[in-house]
Design a protein. Structure first.
Lengths: 64, 686
């Protein structure tokens, strides 16, 4: 059975990753479990961080 | 599903695909429905994925489900993130799909729909998808490192540096050609120009919204942006019909070229959140949405192909691009069949997000099959329009003149009956004053898409809207590629100059930023400008150069894959990458040699320089040039283009040489020498 909730989550995550923003909840869970002593970026900081990373360095982010 | 049933399904798919291909290839005299082309393509993709893509994964790469990927080992929740495979598929596809697969097939349609379609299918199965998935595999085994880095470590530092210069060169040519496509589409079109210019304030508004008002709300800001974009598109018609406003947005090619050059500079220097990023979001979503709509449109409308399966222009006399079917068809259709640029994407962000190696065939091979499907749809859109209209839009003025009466006579004499009234009518339908010599693929595709969309929604009354929607969609993501590409070039320039003067690597420095961006913009801007003022049409000259460069990069990437297979001691499967590499090298070297040395001035740059140079010496002006200045321009451009082609030829031959040396060394060693990182035993990063 196709679970609509799962489908929606995949679709929304895919749309965000298409423009270079990975899953924020995943990041928070990762930070809390692996680096419990380090600060966790707020969503706004996370968004800016990812935006700068996408266009910040060398390499191509898209094709012709 | 039981095994016998599964076999039966695959057999049925194969038979259906073969039947559809038969209909497409063998039907003569009667027009073929586009749906057969789509069925043939989709069946080919399923069979290829199941029987070749998975074979490459399990046997050639021997992917290991237990081996930890970079995403798992370096998981940081940011760059390295194990990602759901469907989510990653979307990301990878959005990164590889661009203007390339849309433009190439449109140009190739001058030879009929069949040769191009066959190459798109064969090319993707045996070359394009192989390259994409193999490079993804290589990079995944090397911490997600880039193509240039991998060439350096597996084939030596000199090969690595050479590859980097080649990549920069290709990016410059791509940016120039893509910008030229936009110039050709917007020249003398106030509606199109208005909407494309309107995207700048819209993007800035979105940028401010997502930075300060509602930070990071991508969905909201994209919906607002899309609504404003549609409003601009509708208002564009009013602008085009207003005698006061229309002249403000009517520009010549030269003016548009200078505007795009200036825009490219500013957009890539400004903070990214203000203009570049929001435009990127808008263009990415519009691109994916339009591609899905086009697929649905073709399925609903089921248009008939009006272009013959094969035209007389396979002999190399065609007006859209010069040269014979071999090698030039294989150069013209670059992305969609095989694209070297994808090697940069497959060794970019995607390998850092794979959950397991077993997903490489789906993402790498499958993603490229999807891109190929976009190319097939572009072929459909270009061949459902009247062939007379197609040739009117894609032939340079040098061949068909600048008035409809003359154009109709010339094109009818080629065997594609068309009247001046039909040409005027088509221009009126799409809301333009003229459709003659709108080369570059985008306008033709827009007419085809408008024809398909308007049969679903709006009928003829909406055709002009859909035409400009399609132009906007293409211009938007091409211009986004131009800004982002300029930025990428800037970092490459900084890196290269930084090798000599290390302080130049400081990316935060404004002077470094301005100088490096200036260099990048000057390089592509110069080529763009020569393309715009080229009396021979620009696209005619520059697209083959782009194709050669792009396919050569694919050849180089496949050479790297071959070297690594030998180093892994898996050479019994090396034919998987050797065969497409050899084919690409044959095509690109032949095409490159012909572009430089061919005796016909229509094909060979040196012959062209010679022809116009001789006439200049005699003090004569020969067509299509109208002045001595233009004559000089043609001669000079021909030498520049010949120089670029020769440089690319030398580069690719050198890379093959490095490849052969590395392979011999690998054979002479009795143990695997591939430099892989990470194994199953390594413990995940904390």
């Amino acid at each position: 059975m196709l679970d609509l909730k799962v489908a929606y989550r995949i679709l929304s995550q895919a749309s965000r990753l298409m423009v270079g923003v990975p899953d924020y909840d995943g990041y928070v869970i990762h930070q809390m479990t692996r680096h419990p002593d380090d600060p966790v970026m707020s969503y706004e900081e996370f968004f800016r961080n990812r935006q700068d990373a996408r266009y910040g360095g060398g390499g191509a982010t898209r094709c012709c | 599903m039981g095994a016998p049933l599964s076999k039966l399904v695959w057999l049925a798919t194969a038979l259906l695909g073969a039947f559809a291909l038969g209909v497409v290839a063998l039907e003569r005299g009667e027009s073929v429905n586009a749906i057969w082309l789509v069925i043939a393509a989709v069946c080919t993709y399923f069979i290829a994925y199941r029987f070749y893509g998975l074979f490459i994964g399990s046997k050639v790469m021997s992917v290991d489900a237990n081996r930890l990927t970079p995403a798992v080992r370096y998981n940081d929740g940011l760059d390295y993130v194990p990602t759901n495979r469907y989510v990653l598929f979307g990301h990878h596809f959005a990164a590889i799909a661009g203007a390339g697969p849309l433009v190439g097939p449109v140009l190739a349609a001058q030879m009929g729909y069949l040769p191009g379609t066959l190459w798109i299918l064969a090319g993707v199965v045996f070359a394009g998808a192989v390259q994409d998935s193999m490079v993804l595999f290589l990079s995944t085994r090397r911490d997600g490192r880039s193509l240039g880095d991998m060439i350096r470590s597996e084939m030596g530092p000199l090969a690595g540096s050479l590859a980097l210069v080649g990549v920069l060169m290709i990016m410059i040519i791509i940016l120039a050609v893509l910008a030229l496509v936009v110039v050709k589409a917007l020249t003398g079109s106030p509606w199109g120009t208005f909407t494309v210019i309107a995207t700048i304030p819209i993007a800035i508004l979105m940028g401010i919204y997502a930075r300060f008002l509602r930070p990071g709300r991508i969905g909201e800001m994209s919906l607002i942006g899309f609504a404003l974009l549609m409003a601009a598109l509708l208002y564009g018609q009013t602008v085009a019909e207003s005698p006061d406003l229309a002249p403000l947005f009517t520009f010549k090619g030269e003016q548009l070229a200078l505007m795009i050059i200036g825009y490219g500079f500013v957009a890539s220097v400004l903070p990214v959140w203000l203009l570049l990023a929001p435009r990127d979001y808008l263009s990415t979503f519009l691109k994916i949405g339009t591609i899905i709509c086009l697929a649905l449109g073709i399925l609903v409308v089921m248009p008939t192909l009006k272009m013959p399966a094969v035209t007389q222009f396979i002999d190399g006399t065609g007006p859209v691009f010069a040269g014979n079917l071999f090698p030039f068809l294989f150069i013209t259709i670059a992305c969609g069949a095989v694209s070297g640029f994808h090697a940069l994407i497959s060794s970019g962000t995607t390998p850092k997000m794979l959950e397991t190696e077993t997903q490489i065939p789906l993402i790498g091979y499958g993603g490229m099959l999807m891109e190929s499907f976009v190319a097939v749809m572009a072929m459909v859109a270009a061949t459902v329009i009247d062939p007379g209209v197609y040739f009117a839009m894609n032939s340079p003025a040098a061949r068909i003149g600048t008035d409809v009466a003359n154009a109709a006579t010339v094109i009818s004499s080629w065997g594609f009956a068309i009247t001046p009234e039909m040409l005027l009518e088509t221009a009126k339908d799409v809301g333009e004053t003229s459709i003659l010599s709108r080369a570059g693929g985008a306008p033709t595709l827009a007419v085809g898409m408008a024809q398909i969309f308007s049969s679903v929604i709006g009928g003829k009354a909406m055709m002009a809207f859909w035409y400009h929607f399609a132009i906007l969609f293409e211009a938007l993501f091409i211009l986004t590629a131009v800004d982002a590409g300029t930025r990428a070039c800037r970092f490459m320039v900084q890196d290269m100059i930084g090798a000599v003067a290390p302080s130049f690597r400081q990316t935060k420095s404004w002077s470094n930023n301005l100088i490096a961006t200036g260099i990048a913009v000057t390089l592509w801007g110069y080529i763009l400008y020569t393309g715009v003022i080229d009396p021979l049409g620009g696209i005619n000259t520059l697209w083959p150069l782009f194709g050669i460069a792009n396919q050569m990069l694919a050849g180089v990437a496949l050479v790297l894959c071959t070297v690594v297979l030998f180093k892994m001691k898996r050479q019994r499967y090396a034919w998987v990458t050797v065969l497409p590499a050899i084919w690409l090298l044959i095509c690109t070297l032949t095409a490159g040699m012909q572009k430089v040395f061919h005796a016909s001035p229509a094909i060979g740059f040196l012959a062209q320089a010679d022809k116009f140079g001789t006439a200049l010496d005699a003090g004569k002006v020969i067509g299509p040039a109208k002045t001595i200045d233009q004559m000089n321009q043609i001669v000079f451009n021909a030498y520049v283009d010949a120089g670029i082609a020769i440089f690319l030829l030398i580069l690719v031959v050198a890379m093959v040489g490095f490849g052969i040396v590395s392979i011999r060394r690998a054979i002479a060693t009795d143990h695997p020498t591939a430099l892989e990182s990470g194994g199953t035993k390594e413990v995940g990063h904390a």
